[in-house]
Structures are given as structure tokens and as C-alpha cells.
Design a protein around this ligand. Structure first.
Ligand code: HEM
Length: 224
């Protein structure tokens, strides 16, 4: 018996460790196959960036602007969907509005976050340091308000937040919209082009936002 057991063990151990080694080699080859083209891409991108720096910077600048423009409008939708407006609830149920509020909230936040981070990188590549002119700082402050508001909403249960803490953090989002407007209005290329589209649209959105806010405050003080 003992001999058999001893034999079995003696045979199995090298077989299993041989398999482990073979698996490790296969994983390594698979990883190298993935990494080689990625490495080639990084090297080429680096040379491309050095040789056509202006063009490469535009590849950061243009999408980052688009993220901000779309993210800003999504933020506006957030207020409309989250405020439980009676006129809106005649068309869509409250549950549908809240579902869209959550989905668009995630999309909007990711876009705004990408916008901010991309511009930080862009500024660093252009100026060799981060820039802190007043209107950029307004954007940073807006992002600093938005982030806890979104994290509180996403991880409400996991963070075990009380309803009050959650609501207070979520109310930060109200400040972000006007700050985002002031920031974009003073820095944005699409505001500066002289055509009316973004300028007029965003101004109208801001005006509606103010009206909605007044309405919400009136409801709150009436104790509803
Ligand atoms: C770290 C935070 C942020 C940084 C560094 C940043 C940086 C910038 C820069 C440099 C521009 C000018 C882009 C150009 O036209 O060349 C810009 C535009 C803009 N930003 Fe931000 N931003 C930040 C956060 C935000 C936030 C939180 C919002 C919105 C809530 C926002 C909304 C906008 C809008 C709407 C524009 C105008 C885009 C255009 O006209 O093309 N930004 N931002």
C-alpha cells in the first residue's frame, strides 16, 4: 500500500508541476504576443508625437472639447430628469425618469472627467506644467464638487451613507452646472468662434436651469 501510495505521489507531483511550467510558458508567450505590437505602437506614437507635436496635441484637444460639450448637455438632462417635474412625469413615469437619470449621470460624469483629465495632460504637454488661471481653476473646482456627488450616488450602499449625507453630497451637483458654464464660456473654443450655436444654446440651458432651481426651492419651502 505504502509503496503504491508513495509511487502514486512520486508520479503525480512531477506531472502537475510540469503542467504548471507549460501553462506559465504559454501565458508568457500569449502576453509577449500582445505586448510586442503594443510596444511598437507606443514607440511609433512617441516619434509621431515628437515630429508632429501640434497635430498630436490636437488629438487630445479636439476630443476633450467634445467631451465637455456633450457632458454639459447631459448634465442639464440630469437636472430635468432628477427634479421630478410634474409636467415631465405626465409623459414618462418617475421610474423611467430616474433610470435615465442614473444612466445619463454616469455617461455625463465619465465625459466630464475625461475632459478635465485630458486637458490637464494637454496643458502639461503644452506648457510643461499644470496651468492654474482663474477659469481653469473654476473647472477644477467644478470637477472637485461633481466627483463626490457622483461617487455618493454610485456607492451609496457600499459606503453605508446616511440618506442625509448622500443628499448633501448629491446637492453639490447643483453648483457644478453654473461653474461649468462660467468656465466653458471663458475658455471654450466653441464659445469663442462667434457663431451663435453653443453660446446661445448653453445660455438658454443655464436660464432654464435657474428657473428649475427656483421652482425646486419653492417646492422645498412649501414643504413638499
Ligand atoms: C480639471 C478640470 C478641468 C480642466 C483642466 C478643464 C479645462 C478646459 C479647457 C482648457 C478648456 C478650453 C478648451 C478649448 O476650447 O481649447 C475647457 C473648455 C470647456 N470646459 Fe473644461 N476643464 C475642466 C473641468 C470642466 C468641468 C467640470 C466642466 C463642466 C461641468 C467643464 C466644461 C467645459 C466646457 C463646456 C468647455 C467649452 C468647450 C468648448 O467650447 O469647446 N470643464 N475646459
Amino acid at each position: 500500500m505504502t509503496t503504491t501510495n508513495a509511487n502514486t505521489t512520486a508520479v503525480e507531483v512531477p506531472r502537475r508541476s510540469g503542467r504548471d511550467v507549460a501553462a506559465a510558458v504559454i501565458y508568457l508567450i500569449a502576453a509577449v504576443l500582445l505586448l510586442l505590437p503594443v510596444f511598437e505602437w507606443i514607440t511609433n506614437s512617441y516619434y509621431f508625437f515628437l515630429e508632429s507635436r501640434e497635430y498630436a496635441l490636437l488629438l487630445l484637444n479636439l476630443p476633450a472639447r467634445l467631451f465637455a460639450l456633450v457632458g454639459f448637455v447631459l448634465m442639464f438632462y440630469q437636472f430635468v430628469l432628477g427634479m421630478r417635474l410634474p409636467v415631465f412625469e405626465k409623459v414618462f413615469s418617475r421610474a423611467v425618469n430616474l433610470k435615465h437619470h442614473r444612466t445619463l449621470g454616469k455617461a455625463g460624469f465619465i465625459l466630464i472627467l475625461l475632459h478635465g483629465l485630458t486637458f490637464l495632460l494637454h496643458d502639461y504637454l503644452v506648457a510643461g506644467r499644470l496651468l492654474f488661471d482663474p477659469y481653469r481653476v473654476v473647472g477644477m473646482v467644478a470637477l472637485a464638487f461633481l466627483t463626490p456627488a457622483v461617487i455618493a450616488a454610485w456607492h451609496f450602499k457600499r459606503l453605508k451613507l446616511s440618506r442625509n449625507t448622500w443628499r448633501t453630497l448629491h446637492l453639490f451637483a447643483y453648483v457644478v452646472f453654473p461653474l461649468g458654464f462660467i468656465h466653458g464660456r471663458n475658455l471654450g473654443a466653441e464659445f469663442a468662434t462667434g457663431t451663435w450655436t453653443v453660446n446661445a444654446l448653453f445660455s438658454v440651458l443655464l436660464a432654464i436651469y435657474v428657473l428649475l432651481l427656483l421652482y425646486r426651492l419653492a417646492v422645498y419651502f412649501r414643504g413638499q
